[in-house]
Design a protein around this ligand. Structure first.
Ligand SMILES: *[C@@H]1O[C@H](CO)[C@@H](O)[C@H](O)[C@H]1NC(C)=O
Ligand SMILES: *[C@@H]1O[C@H](CO)[C@@H](O)[C@H](O)[C@H]1NC(C)=O
Ligand SMILES: *[C@@H]1O[C@H](CO)[C@@H](O)[C@H](O)[C@H]1NC(C)=O
Ligand SMILES: *[C@@H]1O[C@H](CO)[C@@H](O)[C@H](O)[C@H]1NC(C)=O
Ligand SMILES: *[C@@H]1O[C@H](CO)[C@@H](O)[C@H](O)[C@H]1NC(C)=O
Ligand SMILES: *[C@@H]1O[C@H](CO)[C@@H](O)[C@H](O)[C@H]1NC(C)=O
Ligand SMILES: *[C@@H]1O[C@H](CO)[C@@H](O)[C@H](O)[C@H]1NC(C)=O
Ligand SMILES: *[C@@H]1O[C@H](CO)[C@@H](O)[C@H](O)[C@H]1NC(C)=O
Length: 465
């Protein structure tokens, strides 16, 4: 009986060990940073992407400030700053709390990625109560499928928020990006970090003192990156400012008051995204309040509630947690990263379950179903992401809608981009025209890249297989 059981457990172990694919998380981080370099616009001589050239050098001329630079958000060329600030914060969070997950071969490149976006956010915040939130007309942008250097419509419009047209959502997200940037740069570049800290404090006061939704102030943006509200963002910004300053006198009462506002705790679906920050407020807030000497079990309990709810969401036959059928992989990446953070905190529930669930979801992305969803990574990865600049052939060949609609593969590799993902039956079409499944974006990669660092660190310390 005993030897039978031993044989059984050995067989089980062999089965489990064979079934467990391993992936090179460092390689995924390396490729993800490449994607962020592909997305840069402005003067890009040093982006190390030979097939990209400068474009949109005149941004900001309508407001008399050089606002060239930054990145394309997705396939299109318009600069949308709400998801932009959000992806920066998500990457900073990974660099801050999962530093041991960044192998020395990728750490400098990862800091360079966020330095670029933080420097751009500084330029986009020219005075305490003014912030640029969009550059370019999104509808006009969507009428063409061309190389950015062939943009036919002349200089682009700059949209702003200010005291009379506020945006507490985006201003809080700028504050979070600056505050987290301060924390990761304070030991690397003290002068840059001080600049970021001042911008963080100013941006948060602007968000707090002038209340409103930025998509009401700049209605053009609602069609693209509409904000559903700013209570969550005010909380998110306050948590990051508290962490950066340890100024409990200023930020703790704000958090306490937000907690009591109508719907604050009920507004807790399973989405954690550029627009919805509740999961981050609860999970990071738990850690930050504890470190500030004001531990609050209610934050931890909401974090546990969130991760348990996410793990109970319906899954596809092959095991993908379907938080949203529209671009499921970015949502599951953000949730996985959030719950990996919760699992680090004392008394945070079923730590092993959170880690194994997050790992299973990331492995789905990296190739467990026989295909990878990260361009250039692993086996059978997408070749035709919905991405203009990599799809267009080089000059002088024409690009345009005829090319978009053709069967020709994308001309260049959009290296490192995480695509939207499969449908509810795990079916995926590697078609440029299928933007529901094959779209890419700055925010898609951020939770994913930080989750790679987290898994890498847990694996190094022997906490996951
Ligand atoms: C993993 O990827 C990194 C970065 O590309 C590379 O340096 C390393 O050699 C890879 N490790 C293995 C075991 O292949
Ligand atoms: C970085 O990766 C290399 C190659 O995989 C490995 O030999 C080295 O131990 C790693 N370093 C760290 C700090 O993890
Ligand atoms: C943006 O472009 C569209 C389509 O060309 C046009 O109808 C609209 O008026 C433009 N909006 C602004 C604010 O210029
Ligand atoms: C404030 O922002 C609004 C909305 O973008 C804009 O219409 C207005 O001109 C701005 N105010 C100033 C003083 O620039
Ligand atoms: C933006 O969101 C608000 C609710 O917050 C909604 O009323 C409005 O219709 C949305 N606008 C667009 C264009 O989706
Ligand atoms: C949202 O919060 C309410 C009140 O705390 C709770 O009853 C509900 O279960 C939560 N839902 C999720 C999905 O966490
Ligand atoms: C923050 O300040 C409190 C006292 O107000 C102190 O107990 C705590 O150790 C400080 N935390 C950090 C991270 O400096
Ligand atoms: C934790 O999760 C694991 C894996 O889902 C499960 O087997 C175990 O029973 C859970 N433990 C508790 C205490 O809920």
């Amino acid at each position: 009986m005993k030897s039978y059981l031993t044989a059984f457990s050995i067989a089980l172990c062999i089965y489990a060990c064979m079934g467990q694919q391993t992936y090179n998380y460092t390689e995924a981080i390396r490729l993800s940073n490449t994607f962020y370099r592909i997305q840069r616009q402005g003067r890009i001589a040093d982006n190390h992407i030979p097939w990209r050239v400068d474009c949109f050098l005149h941004d900001g001329q309508d407001v008399g400030i050089d606002l060239s630079g930054g990145h394309f958000h997705a396939a299109d060329y318009t600069k949308f700053l709400f998801p932009y600030a959000s992806f920066t914060t998500m990457l900073n969070w990974g660099l801050l709390d999962w530093a041991n997950g960044y192998n020395e071969t990728v750490v400098d490149d990862s800091f360079d990625t966020v330095r670029r976006s933080l420097e751009y956010l500084v330029v986009m915040h020219p005075s305490p109560n003014v912030m640029f939130v969009q550059i370019g007309n999104g509808s006009l942008d969507h009428t063409l499928w061309e190389r950015c250097e062939d943009w036919p419509h002349g200089p682009r419009t700059t949209f702003q928020i200010n005291e009379t047209a506020p945006g507490s959502d985006i201003a809080s997200e700028y504050a979070a990006a600056f505050a987290s940037g301060y924390l990761i740069f304070k030991d690397r570049d003290a002068a840059f970090a001080e600049t970021l800290l001042q911008h963080a404090i100013d941006a948060y006061e602007f968000a707090f003192n002038f209340r409103g939704k930025y998509s009401d102030s700049v209605p053009e943006i609602a069609e693209f990156y509409n904000s559903t509200g700013f209570g969550d963002d005010l909380g998110w910004g306050a948590v990051w400012l508290l962490r950066a300053t340890n100024n409990t006198q200023r930020y703790k009462p704000i958090l306490d008051k937000l907690w009591c506002e109508e719907d604050y705790q009920e507004n807790n679906g399973t989405e954690f995204s550029w627009d919805k920050k509740y999961a981050g407020v609860f999970i990071l807030g738990n850690k930050v309040l504890e470190e500030a000497g004001s531990a609050e079990a209610r934050y931890r309990d909401k974090g546990i509630e969130y991760c348990n709810a996410v793990m109970n969401v319906e899954r596809t036959p092959q095991g993908l947690t379907l938080i949203d059928e529209w671009t499921p992989l970015r949502f599951v990446s953000n949730a996985a990263f959030a719950c990996l953070n919760l699992a680090e905190q004392p008394n945070s529930g079923n730590v092993t379950a959170y880690r194994l669930w997050a790992m299973s979801q990331m492995h789905y992305i990296l190739g467990d179903t026989g295909r990878s969803f990260v361009v250039g990574f692993g086996e059978n990865s997408p070749r035709n992401p919905h991405h203009r600049i990599s799809s267009c052939p080089p000059r002088p060949a024409p690009c345009g809608w005829a090319f978009f609609n053709s069967d020709a593969d994308n001309h260049f590799e959009c290296t490192g981009a995480l695509v939207g993902g499969p449908d509810r039956n795990d079916n995926f079409q590697d078609l440029r025209q299928n933007w529901e499944q094959n779209d890419v974006g700055l925010d898609y990669n951020a939770g994913f890249q930080s989750a790679m660092a987290a898994l890498n660190q847990l694996q190094r310390f022997g906490l996951i297989p």
